[in-house]
Design a protein around this ligand. Sequence first.
Ligand code: TYD
Length: 205
Amino acid sequence: MSLFVTLEGPDGGGKSTQAKDLAAHLGSTGVDVLLTREPGGTPIGDQIRKVLMSLDNAGMLPQAEFLLFSASRAQLVHEVIRPHLKRGGVVVCDRFYDSSLAYQGYGHQLDLEVLRTITSFVTGGLKPDLTLLLDLPVEAGLGRRRETGHWNRLDDYNVDFHRRIRQGYLVMAEADRSRWVIVDATRPMDRVQADIRSIVAGRLA
Ligand code: TYD
């Protein structure tokens, strides 16, 4: 059975580790699972990722940011995600277009309708079946990023920006509870992973 799962949330919520653990677990139970991430996940996408993350590119406009994320996304959808779903596999994606709506839309306050229109053009209308929102307070998330040394250009915006992002995620999740599940990411990693596994198992059953 094909299933497209995305993990979303503010920075520092442990999404990447959770996505990896989930994919490893599914693989060990015989599921044909593919783990990928945004931005990146293809050779072209990985080059775009470097431009987006570089601390040298402080002058990048939110509009340019959005279009670069979208370009990376187009490659990922067409080269990787769609073919795997078509084969009946499960795709676990660490961030997808909801990150653009949260960061460039709610965070940078670009017009959400414009972003949605371009996103639908880029993805050909593909939507995740399940989106897990790893939610945690902004201060906790940014603190974790600093501690682990995983600081990038996009973390460098102010705290209000990150607050709008978290709020935006919660608004999107509330608006579509059939796709979104909110997971409390302030808890220990193994507890969060246990919840994630049981939610995904429910969808696969
Ligand atoms: P990454 O190092 O992958 O962070 P994380 O581990 O938190 O996922 O960096 C991705 C950054 O890019 C993160 O700050 C969120 C941001 N982002 C956007 O602003 N828009 C997008 O569309 C995507 C996919 C990511």
